[in-house]
Design a binder for this molecule. Structure first.
Ligand code: NAI
Length: 679
């Protein structure tokens, strides 16, 4: 094949032929910041492969022209434009055909992977004879399609099972988790893991040497036998059932069904894989999960990293939140000083940080050491004057916070951003202590900081645009999803969550077993029930936030919550709350007897949630309905397959509104439909 880079007609692929006759294709998806397999990219690749098949080179290496990664997957935007199952099938079969064309080339083929290699990207790599990846923690491989309500469709389910055996391949596909290069090498997904300077050489030598290709082990072949498949399928179904009930998340179950019927026998499995994805992708679950993915992309786009380049963060208050915020910021590459007068708080912070870094950087321990070096205990606050961002996370007390602001303001760098992690004090009140109120924003982190993706960015009346812009950029620098919210009681997430939690306590007071209340919420699709959640957050915290919101928004905190806190049962951290715990794990109890309607329990919980969501939207706590959904999905795990509370509310507005009115007649004013239902 003769084609010079100079007259390269392709928009998405760089082409190069080296003196040894090896062709190097590097992807750079046009008009996108990350490489994805768009329609155009696949079209061009198909064309390139046809040319290569006509005059085969000595070898083909497919890599990326971008430092930030290989291929992040298929083009999710295209999924939302699909109008029918048939249309979806055509798209998927085309993808399969391109991967088949790579596999069919008579020359050796190598995928040269740096950074993310996910979904369709890994499917492409699996169609190559060899896979070589960069030895770097940023290298991540995975088949996360289940998170979008589908499963691999470009031959990836077949090829991964053929290469790794059903158990390992299914583990990747059913969990959707991504793994680093070293784990991938151990699993057999990669042939070589090499440092940057050897990447090109490794690919080149592999083409020339043509080492024996990785093959699955005999035991994996045995598992494909017909009599064994139903047993393994049952095992797999049991593994996914708890996290992904078939009615809510059909994709993992569809994948297991297909394999059970066909094994990894190539032709029928390819056919069924495509049909199944076409069916799934046009269904409600996938469309809602794709929507959630797009909401995530939208939140990411709200923060422009280039707008602000923070290097040093100073955290004041090294308690539960401050300690974890400092730990997290250092993990993300920032230099962090953490100030607290209590040495034991600083010692605790360092201990928890060490645990997190060891876990996170198991395969790259030196990076864990480096993160530890960036986290500096600073009891006297020397870091304050160097900081680009100062985060205050001391006790929730207006006077204490104001006194602190008065003391620190003269020592801040002129351009430093001052942020508070307050969960309930209006920014306007806090700002009274400042000469320059425009620099104060709320950065409302959620507990546990390392696991919660959302960060509410609170705008007070005096907060300047530039402070908001910098706060949102900062969120992206520390890999959080920024959600701009108005400074109003409870902001968005706690405000919507609280009536739902309190309704759970009312139900409990009425005698509904706590297990039933939790089950009703989980049946709806919540990751955990409200009673479990309250125990996890801490009942003292719930009561505190509940009291404030009840006062501001005119509702009541049920007596059972106050009583249980008074008895010292404040949740998991005290060993008991509504449930009992031993070593942080819930003590199992007998399944309760309940003769009432679990549907009614669920409706009451969910309707209070939705009613508050509608109120927040009407009041403009966030800008639009999509941001309500994004906040509640990423801040509380609201049933993602339903697309978010507002999406659900809008989809079933008439029926839900009717039920709400019924409840307001039977249970009183707390179910009074918010004025927003009328719009
Ligand atoms: P905490 O009580 O665990 O920690 C507060 C820390 O601040 C203590 O270690 C204390 O020694 C230190 N401190 C007090 N005054 C100080 C001062 N002048 N200078 C330096 N350090 C000082 O409290 P927690 O739970 O970490 O809360 C902190 C803030 O975060 C509060 O505003 C709270 O509302 C907010 N928040 C708490 C959440 C939670 O789940 N606990 C969630 C989100 C926000």
């Amino acid at each position: 094949m003769s084609l010079n880079q100079n007259d390269n007609p392709y928009r998405n692929w760089h082409y190069e032929e080296d003196p040894d006759g090896i062709v190097w294709l590097s992807i750079e998806t046009a008009d996108q910041p990350t490489n994805v397999l768009t329609h155009d990219t696949l079209d061009e690749l198909e064309d390139l492969l046809q040319r290569l098949a006509a005059t085969p080179p000595r070898g083909l290496v497919i890599g990326s022209a971008r430092d930030n990664g290989f291929i992040a997957g298929a083009d999710v935007k295209a999924f939302t434009r699909l109008r029918s199952e048939d249309e979806a099938l055509v798209l998927i079969q085309r993808g399969q055909a391109v991967m088949d064309a790579i596999e069919a080339l008579p020359c050796p083929t190598v995928a040269l992977i740096n950074g993310y290699c996910l979904g369709g990207g890994l499917e492409l790599a699996l169609a190559c004879d060899y896979r070589i990846a960069l030895d770097d923690p940023k290298t991540r491989l995975g088949l996360p399609e289940v998170k979008l309500g589908i499963h691999p469709g470009f031959g990836g389910s077949v090829r991964s099972i053929q290469l790794l055996g059903v158990l390992r391949a299914m583990d990747l596909m059913l969990s959707g988790r991504s793994i680093d290069a070293k784990q991938a090498r151990r699993l057999g997904l990669l042939d070589y893991v090499v440092p940057a300077r050897q990447m090109r050489r490794a690919a080149h030598d592999t083409v020339l040497a043509r080492p024996a290709k990785a093959r699955r082990k005999w035991i994996h072949g045995l598992m494909e036998r017909k009599p064994l498949r139903p047993l393994i399928a049952r095992l797999l179904r049991r593994q996914v059932a708890a996290k992904a009930p078939p009615a809510h998340y059909p994709a993992p179950h569809a994948l297991i069904d297909i394999w059970e019927h066909h094994g990894a026998a190539t032709a029928p499995l390819f056919r069924e894989e495509a049909r199944s994805v076409a069916r799934l992708i046009t269904g409600d679950t996938a469309q809602n999960l794709i929507r959630v993915f797009q909401l995530q992309t939208r939140l990411k786009s709200l923060g422009d990293r280039k707008a602000f380049q923070p290097r040093h963060v100073h955290v004041i208050g090294g308690g539960v939140m401050g300690g974890d915020i400092a730990t997290w910021c250092a993990l993300q590459g920032l230099r962090v000083t953490v100030q607290d007068p209590r040495p034991e708080a600083l010692a605790q912070t360092l201990k928890r940080a060490q645990q997190l870094y060891t876990r996170r950087f198991r395969a790259y321990p030196l990076l864990g050491v480096a993160a530890g070096d960036r986290l500096i205990p600073d009891p006297d606050g020397h870091g304050l004057k160097h900081a680009d961002v100062v985060i205050e996370a001391i006790f929730e007390d207006l006077d204490a916070k104001q006194a602190l602001y008065r003391e620190i303001e003269p020592r801040l760098k002129p351009e430093a951003l001052l942020a508070t992690n307050t969960s309930s004090i209006p920014l306007e009140r806090l700002g009274e202590a400042l000469a320059d109120r425009s620099r104060l924003v709320g950065l409302h982190f959620f507990n546990p900081v390392s696991r919660m993706a959302l960060l509410e960015i609170v705008r007070g009346t005096d907060t300047s645009d530039s402070s908001m812009e910098r706060a949102m950029a900062f969120a992206r620098h520390i890999d959080k999803l920024p959600l701009p919210v108005k400074s109003s009681p409870g902001f968005l997430v706690n405000r919507i969550l609280m009536p739902y939690l309190l309704e759970a306590v009312v139900l409990y007071e009425e005698g509904v077993p706590k297990e039933i209340i939790d089950q009703a919420a989980r049946d709806f699709g919540m990751p955990m029930g409200p009673i479990e959640l309250a125990d996890t957050v801490g009942l003292d915290v719930c009561q505190h936030v509940g009291d404030i919101l009840a006062r501001e928004l005119n509702y009541e905190v049920p007596a059972a919550l106050t009583t249980i806190v008074k008895r010292g049962r404040i949740g998991i951290k005290s060993g008991s709350g509504f449930y009992d715990y031993r070593k942080g794990k819930r003590v199992k109890s007998k399944p309760p007897v309940f003769e009432g309607s679990i549907q009614e329990v669920q409706d009451r919980l969910i309707l209070r949630y939705l009613n508050e969501a509608v109120a927040c939207l009407r009041e403009g706590v966030v800008e639009d309905a999509d941001l309500v959904d994004a906040g509640m999905v990423f801040g509380t795990g609201f049933a993602p397959f339903r697309g978010g509370p507002m999406r659900y509310q809008q989809q079933y507005a008439t029926a839900l509104g009717k039920r709400l009115r019924e409840f307001s007649a039977t249970h009183g004013a707390r179910f009074q439909p918010d004025a927003g239902w009328a719009s």
